[in-house]
Design a protein around this ligand. Structure first.
Ligand code: NAP
Ligand code: ZN
Ligand code: ZN
Length: 352
């Protein structure tokens, strides 16, 4: 198979800055499309991967899984897209398509291991890793390519491909509807999308934040109220209140104070921190209130399309700060300080 060299931005080691590099993309196969990348959102998972926070990063690593672009080539068997169409790619570019999960449109839970948009073994090329959207182009099987609503701002739509679907999926799974009481922990990329999407579904939304300077923004984004999680009186005031809490905090933290704010049969769903929690779960409020602590990862392709269409109908996009590719290391520094309002999006023209 012939390969194309494209410019990208990635890192050679966990303690190295990201820098320009060249990667290879496969030639377009019968079911593939080639996408010229216009915008790529910056997810905290990109940072975790480049720094090997979760283990398993293979270098060089090129992150980016909130990809929006235009189709420049289509394979001979493409039916869903044509050259010139807008297209999106999220966190997945392939899966086994045969297991029980894949058959239920839950490719994110593929029992044989789905293929991530970056830092995965490529299913087409032996000994090749997948490289993400901090690059000029990407080649993806059409089954993993999303259609983009025409009415939304393109740059502000990119973050829907991860931050959007990661919060939309649990909101749907736990049946959030008109009048549901939903809380979101952390106002970053995922958190601000959770606020907007839950509001779009008709929920009453509360934000838990450590950052008093984000209160006004949260209210402007649609939150009905904000609780500063370090203020005990404010935490006490919402005891027993919520049906669902979406916890987007990226690092280890004590979830017990939040569990007491769940109502009977409520669920706290973790989407942020991946790893062992130091503070043990106190089972008392869980047992005595039939409460659950759950987890959730991104969403399947069908649900991602449903989320994009929902956002198109409701006019929901991300609040973004557009950066150049060359500003990425500084952007990571700000992300570590929770200083993102509320998603960085790279204008990929800056890489050309
Ligand atoms: P982000 O933009 O950096 O936002 C995280 C927010 O969490 C911060 O803005 C901050 O909000 C709060 N926070 C940060 N550090 C904290 C700490 N030590 N204790 C308490 N709160 C803290 O990150 P993101 O892109 O939204 O991603 C959030 C996490 O989700 C990351 O770990 C990412 O890897 C993960 N993720 C998971 C999935 C999935 O499928 N499950 C998908 C995408 C991302 P306040 O200032 O309001 O407190
Ligand atoms: Zn992500
Ligand atoms: Zn599968």
């Amino acid at each position: 198979m012939s390969l194309t060299h494209v410019k990208a931005f990635g890192t050679e080691a966990k303690d190295k800055d990201l820098q320009e590099m060249t990667i290879m993309r496969r030639e377009v196969q019968p079911k593939d499309v080639e996408i010229d990348i216009l915008y790529c959102g910056v997810c905290h998972s990109d940072l975790h991967t480049t720094r090997n926070d979760w283990g398993g990063t293979v270098y060089p690593a090129v992150p980016g899984h909130e990809i929006i672009g235009k189709i420049t080539k289509v394979g001979s068997e493409i039916t869903k897209f044509k050259v010139g169409d807008l297209a999106g790619v999220g966190c997945l570019v392939d899966s086994c398509r045969e297991c029980e999960s894949c058959k239920k449109d839950l490719e994110q839970y593929c029992l044989n291991g789905s293929t991530g948009t970056y830092n995965s073994q490529d299913r087409y090329m032996a000994n090749q890793r997948t490289y993400g959207g901090y690059s000029q182009t990407v080649v993806v099987d059409q089954d993993f390519v999303l259609s983009i609503p025409e009415n939304l701002d393109l740059a502000a739509t990119a973050p829907l491909l991860c931050a959007g679907i990661t919060t939309y999926s649990p909101l749907r799974h736990w049946n959030v509807k008109e009048g549901s009481k939903v809380a979101v922990i952390g106002l970053g990329g995922l958190g601000h999308m959770a606020v907007k999407l839950a509001k779009g579904m008709g929920a009453e939304v509360t934000l838990f934040s450590r950052s008093p300077d984000k209160i006004q923004d949260a209210l402007n984004l649609g939150a009905d109220s904000v609780v500063i999680s370090t203020y005990e009186n404010e935490m006490n005031a919402v005891k027993g209140k919520f049906d669902l809490i979406i916890d987007t905090v990226p690092y280890d933290h004590d979830v017990n104070p939040y569990i007491t704010t769940l109502g009977i049969s409520g669920t706290l769903v973790l989407v942020g921190y991946l790893g062992k929690m130091e503070d043990m779960l106190n089972t008392v409020p869980m047992i005595l209130g039939r409460k659950s602590v759950a987890g959730s990862v991104i969403g399947g392709i069908k649900e991602t399309q449903e989320m994009l269409d929902f956002c198109g109908e409701k006019g929901i996009t991300s609040e973004i700060e557009i950066i150049k590719m060359q500003d990425i290391n500084e952007a990571y520094g700000r992300m570590l300080k929770s200083d993102v309002k509320y998603r960085f999006v790279i204008d990929m023209k800056s890489l050309a």
